[in-house]
Design a protein around this ligand. Structure first.
Ligand SMILES: C[S@@+](CC[C@H](N)C(=O)[O-])C[C@H]1O[C@@H](n2cnc3c(N)ncnc32)[C@H](O)[C@@H]1O
Length: 323
């Protein structure tokens, strides 16, 4: 990676000046997140967040069809949507191919019983109305449903900002084709001029390598996302105090990620068998417990120095320090 710092030639001597030279990786030493909040400020935003949800209660899960439930959400009241819809591949969550013990998998997973395209159009229809002008929508999708989701987003007038790949070192064994070990994460925004994006890393790439954790011996919905993946969506696309909607709550991953990072949540889930699991998951974290200001999550100067010694020497020079 190279950073353009605007190389200039001294008019008088014709020599290159140090200032403005192309120094790969130097910009990383100076990077700061676009937005940041101290723990106290994040907590205050969370506690003082206006309740915009009308008849719906903040920080709750409604056990009903999200298409029906979303009708009760007031206009422009949701800052971020994280949606991991059912796969629509006749997946009943009990497949032995996934190497799981059926006893630990909660029954009642609600699958799609119409064409995936129609289902996607129905649940995505409500999104542009409920999200704010600065709002974003993250949709998780396997490659098989991608077409339906991109189509529905276009029909709804959502703008595609990024198409990310979540790569995990896991996949169902195959004989005559490649093992699928990635997922698509589509990032849509309502208003391309107004959307919120917090650049919390200097070089945030669109391929995320995050392990799926195998949680042996725990009861769960069959398709739990890793918390880290959902946390990243929240960190880049929302502020402390914002409201995050998950129309397909599953095990409550989005609720846990939101609560522990000073965000509020609202969720829908049709499988009532998940009630207890979701309740336990949510009460296992306290508000803001996972939150630290974004600047503190960046690599330290010492770490950067080890990675980029040349850029470090230049950094010291610019800072007027000796090695
Ligand atoms: C892929 S799972 C979500 C998993 C979740 N992201 C997690 O980490 O646990 C999809 C969930 O959507 C639920 N579901 C399916 N259709 C629904 C609908 N119309 N409204 C609400 N929930 C629905 C299923 O029962 C299932 O739990």
């Amino acid at each position: 990676m190279t950073i353009e710092t605007g190389e200039k030639e001294s008019k008088k001597s014709g020599k290159k000046t140090t200032r403005g030279k192309y120094i790969p990786n130097l910009a990383e030493f100076y990077f700061k997140p676009t937005h940041d909040w101290s723990v106290q400020k994040a907590k205050r935003n969370y506690e003082q967040a206006p309740d915009k949800l009308g008849s719906l209660e903040l920080d709750t899960i409604c056990f009903k069809d999200c298409v029906i439930g979303m009708r009760d959400i007031p206009d422009s009241s949701i800052d971020l949507v994280i949606a991991d819809p059912p796969f629509g591949i006749d997946f009943n969550g009990k497949s032995g191919a996934y190497n799981r013990k059926d006893d630990f998998v909660v029954s009642g997973y609600e699958e799609v019983d119409e064409s995936y395209g129609d289902f996607t159009l129905r649940w995505m229809k409500g999104l542009p109305r409920v999200i704010t002008e600065h709002g974003s929508v993250w949709v998780f999708s396997g490659w098989n449903n991608l077409e339906s989701i991109l189509h529905a987003a276009r029909v709804m007038g959502l703008e595609t900002l990024n198409h990310l790949i979540w790569k995990y070192p896991f996949g169902v064994y195959t004989r005559r084709k490649f093992v699928t070990s990635h997922y698509h994460l589509l990032l849509f925004v309502k208003n391309i001029d107004e959307y919120f994006f917090n650049k919390i890393e200097h070089y945030p790439q669109d391929v995320w390598e995050i392990k799926r954790r195998y949680r042996a011996g725990q009861r769960k919905n069959s398709t739990k996302l890793p918390l880290e993946v959902v946390e990243r969506c929240i960190d880049f696309s929302s502020k402390p105090g914002d409201v995050v909607l998950d129309p397909f709550m599953g095990n409550g991953t989005t609720a846990v990620a939101a609560k522990s990072s000073w965000r509020h949540f609202l969720g829908f889930e049709m499988n009532v068998n998940l009630k207890e699991i979701i309740r336990n998951q949510i009460s296992s974290v306290s508000p803001g417990e996972g939150y630290t200001p974004y600047a503190t999550r960046l690599p330290s100067v010492d770490e950067l120095a080890e990675r980029y010694p040349k850029a470090y020497r230049e950094y010291l020079k610019r800072e007027g320090q000796n090695e």
